[in-house]
Write a protein that binds this ligand. Structure first.
Ligand code: F0G
Length: 450
């Protein structure tokens, strides 16, 4: 079966090439920009492969009860909208996607918003949203006969890549910044059998180096510059629209690092709209850490015409990225949908993460920027009380347990960072206590916390 209906279109100059013609670094040979997957058969005019919205909605719902392995994936369940493989039988899946959409009732009340949800992408097989992209791009790597795959990573991409490579029977190479990724993520890459190189470089340096390596050796690049990654990562948009009964929320709020995810989710909603599955798009806002905010600066300084890389510093190591590859795509999606791009401080991230935790929803610090950003959007009047909001939580809380423990021990933030927020922080901190092994001592501890 040939399910392949796609081509690649350069985001910069519009040049079109066949999927197999892409260069190893996925940069356009004409202008150096990145590609997007497009499906010519969907266009209004040519239209012969244009999917039927009603039939698709019915089919995708039916698949939730199907016994087929591919239908158990929240990515491949929507395979009509990602026809990127020669045969869907080649798909490498760990049953990713189909992640929960949790109502955030306490945060909604505190912010005076009627409808607030968290789409928890940390509930994927390797604990981050990267799995949805990795199943797509790893399937392409396998189908094209590669033996080696590779990525530069702040940790989650490497965990996902190593797992999917192991499932596909491929070897994987990971380049990570030494000492700058959370242990949980590093342990995953090791366990799934990747060759893991810790480099004396930041994420941006690792990615530059890897770009040189893939030009010299037959290794398939699996960073989000690979447009097939974004095809998988667009599918949470379909899940969100489906959960809203094919309406969309008013706002979608996404953390920004290398800026692939915001681009992918935007593409997902755009395609739903173009195909007539939904009537409009949500406003998509991207939140960065204040110490790693090149897109915020670019939009503020020159409306996204150019981006000046920054030296990135944040404890939210997942988004410690100063020279994001997909910044043009993300800038376009923010501007096209009327969203915002903001940054939040280390203190705001820590507080937001603890607040999510107190609602029973753990997440990575990088994910908590979404709630911190929403507070600002709300305070600035950009989110109205009657509007619906979805925060995209990108990673599982256990990825970076050290961060959480340091927060609750009170050692995460400096006195300077805590200044003015002491009360708020103290009300959220729940340090573990050493207590004598007697009922009286435990009951006294209970009283003390009341
Ligand atoms: N949240 C988490 C938990 C991440 O791991 C990442 C990126 C992001 C948000 C930002 O997403 O890059 O698409 O804008 N992590 C990458 C990695 C860079 O290597 O795991 P983005």
């Amino acid at each position: 079966m040939n399910d392949n209906l796609h081509q690649l279109r350069c985001f910069g100059c519009g040049a079109r090439i066949a999927g197999a013609e892409a260069q190893p670094d996925f940069r356009c040979a004409v202008c150096g920009d990145l590609f997007e997957v497009e499906y010519p058969g969907w266009s209004q005019r040519q239209g012969h492969d244009r999917p039927n919205p009603g039939a698709l909605k019915w089919l995708w719902r039916e698949r939730r009860c199907s016994a087929e392995t591919l239908d158990h994936s929240g990515v491949w369940r929507f395979r009509e909208l990602l026809p990127i493989l020669e045969s869907f039988g080649d798909a490498v899946t760990l049953q990713e996607g189909n992640t929960p959409l949790y109502p955030l009732t306490r945060a909604a009340k505190a912010l005076g918003i009627d409808q607030l949800y968290a789409k928890h992408q940390g509930m994927n097989p390797t604990g981050s949203f990267k799995d949805t992209g990795m199943t797509a791009a790893m399937s392409v790597a396998k189908e094209r006969g590669f033996e080696w795959v590779a990525c530069a990573s702040t940790g989650n991409t490497s965990a996902a890549m190593a797992a999917y490579a192991a499932r596909a029977g491929l070897r994987s190479l990971v380049l990570i910044p030494e000492g700058k990724i959370a242990w949980g993520k590093l342990s995953q890459a090791m366990d799934y059998g990747a060759v893991t190189c810790q480099l004396k470089a930041d994420f941006d340096g690792c990615l530059t180096l890897l770009t040189q390596i893939v030009r010299e050796a037959p290794i398939y690049l699996l960073n989000s510059v690979n447009p097939y990654r974004l095809e998988g990562q667009k599918t949470p948009a379909f899940e969100i629209a489906e959960a809203f009964d094919w309406n969309v929320p008013d706002h979608l709020i996404v953390p920004g690092g290398n800026l692939g995810n915001s681009s992918a989710l935007g593409k997902g909603f755009r395609e739903l709209k173009e195909l007539g599955l939904v009537a409009r798009m949500p406003r998509i806002s991207v939140i960065q850490a204040a110490g790693a905010n090149p897109l915020v600066r670019s939009l503020a300084e020159n409306h996204g015409a150019s981006l000046e890389p920054v030296e990135a510093h944040t404890r939210a190591t997942a988004i410690r990225i100063g020279n994001p590859a997909s910044w043009r795509k993300a800038a376009r999606i923010i501007q096209d949908t009327g969203g915002w791009c903001l940054d939040v401080t280390e203190t705001e991230i820590a507080i937001a993460k603890a607040e999510l935790g107190s609602e029973g929803l753990g997440c990575e610090p990088a994910s908590a920027v979404t709630l911190a950003g929403l507070k600002k959007l709300r305070a600035e009047g950009n989110v109205a009380s009657g509007e619906s909001v979805v925060l995209v939580l990108t990673g599982h809380t256990l990825k970076d347990a050290d961060y959480t423990i340091d927060f609750h021990r009170g050692t995460l933030l400096s006195d300077e960072e805590k200044a003015g927020h002491e009360k708020e922080i103290d009300s959220l901190r729940r340090n573990a206590q050493v207590v004598e092994a007697t009922p009286a001592a435990v009951l006294a501890a209970l009283k003390g916390s009341a």
